[in-house]
Design a protein around this ligand. Structure first.
Ligand SMILES: Nc1ncnc2c1ncn2[C@@H]1O[C@H](COP(=O)(O)OP(=O)(O)OP(=O)(O)O)[C@@H](O)[C@H]1O
Ligand SMILES: [Mg+2]
Length: 501
């Protein structure tokens, strides 16, 4: 018996069919992964289950009863909870205040904070969440904020937990503790639904996986003891299209000159020292990877290099023009949601700010074709694009900017496997043209496959920089390389968490 049953769910946006007659079941007591290309309809389907949208046709059956939710509130009452990719927390509130918001316990006429705190602390203990309920959200790292979102669901006794790309914002160490948490939810009888683009994660955590493509359910598989075939799964996702292969590294021996130099740079925000005597050099024709747990100064480093943060001490030498940047938070810093794709593409162009409609549309159509943006049409507002498709628009604009220093902060966050390879090959192409590229990422595979040198940032300082000889040893046999890579990841992991000090 399925806990959740989707029966012939369809959802249109205008003439665009985002969910096309989708039927499948999700059993209780399982981790069920939903995968598929950007724009395949994953978030739409989950938004329907969570009562954020109504299907045009079809029904949802929960524990054998058809349900119709008109709002998330009704879904929450039916014990469904969802953690969105963009957290919805109030920074100035404590963990406890955020958790109980909208569902405050009362005793007589007054708020029973004591009871609430007891319940929240018991949940923290039960699921080993390792978080202090009295701390303010503004002081928490991204992974901690995610725990607050999870606590909100647990506090409301949710039995069906939906996660929309939960691991995109986590470092490898955090991902493994997140997986432990998910397993403990399953063991305590809950049903966990996870949307992800990372197929090795599917193999690791899924009991079952459903693949959506262009709004339809195209493939389903059980993952009994992790035996899922990743090749078969990726074929189902991209539907027979060829995966784009990444270009090999070029070890051009042309004269290198530093395009960017930071010496002893420090930055304090509020009471926190975000950068603490950081120094680095970035040369033309190289990709410098920055590995680190999010919140260790990466976004401040990016802000300084692209010129929007000036309140630092130390020396920063930059070329005259601004650096281009793919920011860590595309919705806050990368685009204007109310603008069309074309308008977002010309957003940072200097000079004449008037653009003809036809020019905008042409720019939009080019990006839609080149990056395979799945959109109802070229004039759509970027706010209605799926997460991964929004990311593609930002990347396309920044790559086209032609600046000599480029910052890519989590460039493939939320994009599908094909787009990831395409974006990687574009970054390498820019490097080969002689651009200096700063690549900030929490995806270790991405860092190791692209970086010419790799620095680890911890508490606002560069802990260590690995040069290309340390990163790659081409003469070695494949098994030796695998071993070496494992050791390297291990070492980087320690540096990232300060364990090696
Ligand atoms: N409110 C909306 N108005 C118009 N179109 C929409 C709206 N919401 C979603 N769409 C379209 O429906 C399609 C499916 O979007 P959805 O967000 O479900 O994709 P997804 O599978 O979650 O993709 P991603 O992996 O990029 O997050 C997209 O092409 C998107 O542009
Ligand atoms: Mg989505």
């Amino acid at each position: 018996m399925s806990k959740v049953e989707f029966k012939n769910i369809s959802k249109r946006f205008g003439s665009f069919l985002a969910n096309d007659d989708i039927s499948f079941g999700i059993s209780g007591n399982t981790v069920h992964c939903i995968v598929g290309e950007n724009g395949a309809g994953k978030s739409t389907l989950m938004n329907i289950l969570f009562g954020l949208m109504k299907p045009d046709s079809g029904e949802i059956i929960i524990a054998d009863k058809p349900v119709v939710f008109s709002s998330p509130h009704e879904a929450i009452t039916a014990k469904i909870g969802m953690v969105h990719q963009h957290f919805m927390l109030i920074d100035d509130f404590t963990v406890l205040e955020n958790v109980i918001l909208g569902d405050e316990p009362v005793k007589g006429l007054s708020l029973d904070l004591k009871a609430a705190k007891e319940k929240v602390d018991a949940l923290i203990f039960q699921y080993k969440l390792d978080i202090n309920s009295s701390e303010k959200v503004t002081d928490l790292s991204i992974s901690m904020q995610q725990k607050v979102e999870i606590l909100k669901l647990l506090y409301r006794d949710s039995e069906i937990l939906i996660f929309d790309e939960p691991t995109a914002v986590l470092s490898p160490v955090e991902v493994s503790s997140f997986f432990k948490m998910i397993t403990s939810f399953k063991e305590s009888g809950k049903t966990v639904i996870v949307i992800t683009h990372k197929l090795n994660e599917v193999r690791e955590i899924a009991d079952k996986v459903s693949v959506l493509r262009k709004g339809r359910l195209v493939y389903e598989a059980d993952n009994v003891s992790g035996n899922i075939d990743i090749n078969e799964l990726s074929k189902a996702i991209i539907g027979g299209a060829e995966l784009i292969k990444i270009r090999p590294k070029s070890n051009s021996n042309s004269m290198k000159k530093p395009l960017l130099r930071l010496v002893d740079v420090s930055l304090v925000r509020g009471k926190r020292k975000m950068l603490d005597g950081l120094s680095l050099e970035l040369f033309n024709g190289e990709i410098l990877g920055i590995a680190g747990v999010e919140g260790n100064g990466q976004s401040e480093l990016a802000d300084i290099v692209c010129g929007i943060e000036r309140e630092f001490t130390g020396t920063v030498e930059l070329p005259d023009e601004r650096a281009s940047i793919v920011p860590d938070d595309r919705l806050k810093k990368g685009m204007i949601k109310e603008f069309s794709i074309g308008e977002n593409l010309v957003l940072k162009k200097d000079g004449n700010s008037l653009h003809r409609m036809s020019t905008l549309r042409k720019a939009s159509e080019e990006v839609i074709a080149e990056y395979e943006v799945r959109a109802p049409g070229p004039d759509i507002k970027t706010g209605s694009l799926s997460g991964g498709n929004q990311q593609k628009v930002v990347i396309a604009r920044e790559i086209a900017s032609g600046r000599s220093v480029m910052i890519f902060s989590h460039p493939t966050r939320g994009v599908d496997i094909n787009a990831e390879m395409f974006i990687h090959s574009e970054i390498v192409k820019e490097r080969n043209k002689g651009k200096a590229i700063l690549l900030i990422s929490s995806d270790m595979e991405e860092l190791l496959s692209l970086s010419d040198r790799l620095s680890v940032i911890y508490k606002g300082k560069i802990e260590r920089t690995f040069d290309s000889n340390e990163l790659y040893a081409e003469s070695q046999m494949p098994e030796q390389q695998d071993h070496r890579k494992e050791m390297l990841i291990n070492e980087i992991g320690k540096l990232m968490t300060g364990v090696s000090n």
